[in-house]
Design a protein around this ligand. Sequence first.
Ligand code: KG4
Ligand code: ZN
Length: 357
Amino acid sequence: MIKKPLILGIESSCDETAASLVTENDQGSPVILSNIISSQVEVHKDFGGVVPELAARSHIEKIDLIVQRAINESEKSIEDIDAVACTAGPGLIVCLSVGLSFAKTFASIINKPFIAVNHLEGHALSPKSNSLLDYPYLLLLISGGHSQYLNVQNFGKYKRLGTTIDDALGEAFDKTAKLLGVEFPGGPQIEVLAKKGDPEKYNLPKPIFNKGGCNLSFAGLKTAVLKITKTIKTEQEKFDLAASFQKTIEEILYKKTKIAFEQFEKNKTIKKKVFVVAGGVAANKKIRSMLINLCKEKNYESIFPPIELCGDNAAMIGIVGLEKFKLKQFNDLDYPAKPRWALDEEANFLKGAGVKL
Ligand code: KG4
Ligand code: ZN
């Protein structure tokens, strides 16, 4: 019997230290043998956001134990590992450097290839853990640092159709939560508060709703939320604001996704209309159900990663590592940490004042 590849995946780009062992089944689909995540919520709670130096220090403290646990839980041994895949970017450079340094050392000691992985590609391929994904597919990547529509033409071949011109969607959720007095990390709590509120109570802006194709903008929402929070007197009004924010986001994504569908369909090579949603915000149940309904309306198959693979994890890094291993796409041990690393490196930078849409 031919041995299936076994990949150790490592992730440390922001505030999660994670390690995972990934192999494949007879159909060539990834199988996750272990997926260990250590979150740093307690480390950053008092600061209301991620403090890079503290995050890096915590990665250094945890990484050996997390990798050890991932190997133990997989019931494999170090000798079985065929390659070490690690996030090389984008992310916080001091944090990336911890994982990278560990992964390169580990790979060289066991004398196996090192594979540098783009964190965003990890999110893009995360649904491979529970679904068969054929190329091309349309991807909506919504995380704390990125919000993009991408035509995933093939493995490693991305064409960006739209992106945020200011804040990422997760960032908008986090900032709104902070303004509502919710403890860090507040994004997921908005959904909880929203359930108790009236979504029609406040009329929030929808920046670039009627222009800019499927590009997105969320910064104006934060300013509007800030103004309203100054007038809020009761808990109920807080719930109403969370509900109005959640509803506004759903309306923006509904409209922009329809535009992204039209752009994706211009591509003559599509065999099947498939829409994948990944990244931390893909865990939002109301956004999920709205997008599932839109897919039914427009005859798309909708695919989401399991909830536990929406946020940052190392299984998704192992999944990319597995693909790269099969293609023998290995990297040298001097591969740099890349704080910025776009999936579509030919797309224009679309942030800041003076952006033309
Ligand atoms: O993918 P991820 O774990 O990290 C990045 O690569 O950025 O995404 C984290 C983001 C955070 O901004 C968090 O608030 C947001 O995802 N998030 C959510 C939910 N769960 C996580 N936002 C809205 N609703 C949720 N249920
Ligand atoms: Zn992420």
